[in-house]
Design a protein around this ligand. Structure first.
Ligand SMILES: CC(C)(COP(=O)(O)OP(=O)(O)OC[C@H]1O[C@@H](n2cnc3c(N)ncnc32)[C@H](O)[C@@H]1OP(=O)(O)O)[C@@H](O)C(=O)NCCC(=O)NCCS
Length: 155
């Protein structure tokens, strides 16, 4: 089964923030869209975003640059799919992309009533896929600790 989805497009004037570069909100929307395309292709079902974590914007994306959003299944649970997202951009006059953002986004497959449903199990084959699956599991453990820390402030 296909684990990877790649979007490529040009950042538009409507994506601009108050400083003249691409708005962080636009990047978050692209992350959600590419993640959704990847997760729904894996599960062949409608999916909902259940968690987005650790978004780090390394440097600004310019308007009119080519943006590449790579989304890849790196772990599946019973109903969830953990998708690693990398966002790159490049000036149209240059060949090399620069990495701009990375994060993990988790989707859950849902049925017509909005109830979570089982997904096919992702089985890593390559060494890199095995490392990425380990990374997803490690992040899950870290999240449990963070959620415990946050509880007193958000419940
Ligand atoms: C997604 C949803 C249907 C899950 O409901 P549920 O089945 O009762 O929830 P569960 O506790 O059984 O969790 C379902 C999966 O989500 C995962 N999950 C829950 N909280 C999570 C978190 N903080 N981080 C990562 N995964 C999480 C669970 O581990 C489980 O995965 P698994 O089946 O692979 O083990 C429900 O939470 C929902 O509808 N949320 C809103 C989604 C939405 O509207 N998104 C758009 C936001 S605008």
């Amino acid at each position: 089964m296909n684990t990877k989805t790649v979007f490529q497009f040009i950042s538009e004037p409507s994506d601009v923030n108050y400083g003249g570069n691409v708005h962080g909100g636009s990047v978050m929307k692209w992350i959600d869209q590419a993640g959704y395309a990847c997760a729904s292709s894996w599960s062949s079902s409608y999916c909902v975003t259940v968690y987005v974590g650790g978004i780090r914007f390394y440097s600004p994306i310019k308007i009119g640059h080519i943006v590449k959003v790579e989304a890849e299944v790196i772990y599946t649970g019973r109903t969830s799919m953990h998708i690693a997202i990398n966002v790159f951009s490049r000036n149209i006059k240059r060949k090399e992309f620069e990495k701009k953002t990375h994060c993990i986004i988790v989707f859950v497959a849902v049925d017509d009533e909005g109830n979570s449903m089982e997904v096919s199990k992702f089985a890593p084959q390559t060494e890199q896929e095995k490392q990425m699956e380990k990374y997803a599991v490690k992040l899950m453990d870290l999240r449990k600790n963070i959620e415990e820390e946050m509880k007193p402030f958000f419940e």
